[in-house]
Design a binder for this molecule. Structure first.
Ligand code: HEC
Length: 138
C-alpha cells in the first residue's frame, strides 16, 4: 500500500510541477521581492513588511509597519488566489497601495512566488505534506 501511495505522490508531484520548488532555485522565485521584503520568521521590516506566514492573514495588519490607507483598509484576506491577483498587477488590484512593484505577468512564476510564501523561508516543506494528503485522498 505504501508503494502505491508513494507512486501516487510522485506522479502528482510530477504533474503539478511541485518538485521544482524543492530545488536550490526556490529562493529565485522571490528574487524580485527580497530588496523590500524578508520572508523568514521574525524577519526585519524593510521598505515592505516581513512576509512570514502571510498566507491566511488579513492585508495591512502586521504590527510595526506603516501601511498605506489603501492596504490597511482593504479588508483583503491573503489567499493563493488574492495573492496571485495582487502580484499580477498590484496597482490595479489595490489602487492606492504603496508597493512599488510592477507585477509578474507569468502565471507560472506567480505560482512559484505564492508557493514560496506558503512554505515560509524553507523550500516549502508544508506543501509536500499537503500534496501527500491529496495523494492519500484525505
Ligand atoms: C519596491 C519595494 C517592493 C517590492 C519590490 C515588493 N514589495 Fe511587496 N510591499 C511593499 C510595500 C511598501 C508594501 C506595503 C504597501 C502598502 O502599505 O500599500 C508591500 C506589501 C506587500 C504585501 C502585503 C503585506 C501585508 O502585510 O498585507 C505582500 C503580500 C507583498 N508585498 C508581496 C510581495 C511579493 C511577493 C513581492 C515580489 C514578487 C513584492 N511584494 C515586491 C514593497 C515591495
Amino acid at each position: 500500500m505504501k508503494i502505491v501511495r508513494i507512486t501516487l505522490f510522485l506522479a502528482l508531484l510530477a504533474l503539478t510541477g511541485c518538485g521544482e520548488i524543492r530545488t536550490p532555485q526556490a529562493a529565485d522565485a522571490v528574487a524580485a521581492c527580497v530588496g523590500c521584503h524578508t520572508f523568514g520568521e521574525g524577519g526585519a521590516m524593510l521598505s515592505g513588511p516581513n512576509l512570514y506566514g502571510i498566507v491566511g492573514e488579513t492585508a495591512g495588519t502586521r504590527p510595526g509597519f506603516g501601511y498605506s490607507v489603501a492596504m490597511r483598509d482593504s479588508g483583503i484576506v491573503w489567499t493563493p488566489q488574492t495573492l496571485d491577483a495582487f502580484l499580477q498587477a498590484p496597482a490595479k488590484f489595490m489602487p492606492g497601495n504603496r508597493m512599488a512593484y510592477f507585477g509578474e505577468v507569468d502565471a507560472a512564476r506567480r505560482a512559484s512566488i505564492v508557493a514560496y510564501m506558503q512554505g515560509g523561508a524553507a523550500p516549502a516543506p508544508d506543501r509536500n505534506e499537503s500534496m501527500e494528503q491529496v495523494a492519500e485522498g484525505r
